[in-house]
Design a protein around this ligand. Sequence first.
Ligand SMILES: Cc1cc2nc3c(=O)[nH]c(=O)nc-3n(C[C@H](O)[C@H](O)[C@H](O)COP(=O)(O)O)c2cc1C
Length: 401
Amino acid sequence: MTKANVVLGVSASIAIYKALEVLSILKKRGFNVRVALTKEASKLISPVVFKALTNKDVYIDVMEELDFEGTNITHVALAKWADIFAVVPATANVIAKLANGIADDPVSLIGLATSASKVIAPAMNSSMYLNPITQRNLNILKENGFLIVEPIEGDLACNTRGVGHIALCEDIVDVIESTLYFKHFEDKTVIVTAGPTSEPIDPVRYITNRSSGKMGFAIAKIAHFMGADVRLITGNTCLKTPYGVKRIDIETAEDMLKALKHELSKSKNEVILIMAAAIADFRPSETKDKKIKKKNENGFTLKLKQNPDLTIEIKRFAEKADIPLRIVGFAAETDNLIENAKKKIEKKGLEFIVANDVSRKDIAFGSDKNEVAIIYSNGRIERLEKASKDKIAYEILRRLI
Ligand SMILES: Cc1cc2nc3c(=O)[nH]c(=O)nc-3n(C[C@H](O)[C@H](O)[C@H](O)COP(=O)(O)O)c2cc1C
């Protein structure tokens, strides 16, 4: 995915410092960024800070002529240059202007002049946010194609708690990035399983595995970018839920099967199921309801029994309920990678299987990168070179369009 040009509009909210973090995340992700500030915003934070971070002139006065790529009508030049116009933070005032075609400051002026994708992250006191006038203005923006990164509940500058706190910076950048993706999955539900399962031995101990959940979370995020209604069924991980994704937390393989059946039967769209979780093959034959005491010096023998094969179970469930379902499997192997993956694809009737070698320290479990082979039902094997898990996620999803 080639990275794009973002005009970052900044208005005078107490959350203005978040614009600096958003700017820095955008740069890290490879976006080209130019900044426009309202006059009031430039009183809260010096434009010099934004100039230093972008190494470019900052647009702070509508009458000012910045030398910008051969033209001196700054707002027109920036409006044309932008692939994405994002206002972070967006005050009630700038929202009202954008919704009503007022163009008397650099931010609202570019907003009116540009045909770029538009994203805003409102931040304000709860009363201002919940005021029907602000809500009406936000609805006007939504109807006109603006993506609103909804504010969250949190501590507000006026020493209260409530809705109006700016969204998380990572989420804001995710929404900005999502505008670059074609919405191939708009009419699809994508269910992703991720992370390990935890199979309890007693109330304090369990058997688990090394899955971090990163691959499944990346797939859920990118599937949402591509317009899908995404359900992420995950075992224990410390990862942040991707913006816009419905997360269902589970512990055991049996919980995961229940959650899968529940989500599948609720879905009204065609469902694509991506089984990226590392589901325990075995669980303790019995779970003690009290902590097992350390009384026996020779230890004790833990008897295990096999967990159901979730892919086979869910396929059967979907067939019985007449729910159209396409399944992609993952094979985490340490040896005979391709041969083992081929066996799974046949046994489970998968569309394709993504095989990765979990014995390698530089990829797979816990890593931000992966290198996989995609194995199709006709035996064709496609190798994807080592890349970020986001990129691998996109490549997997692209093959399901
Ligand atoms: C310290 C301070 C914090 C403010 N925080 C907010 C805010 O979070 N959201 C908001 O809508 N207005 C906030 N305001 C009010 C706006 O700054 C004011 O409406 C201003 O006219 C907005 O200008 P702009 O939209 O052109 O940037 C704040 C004002 C001050 C002085």
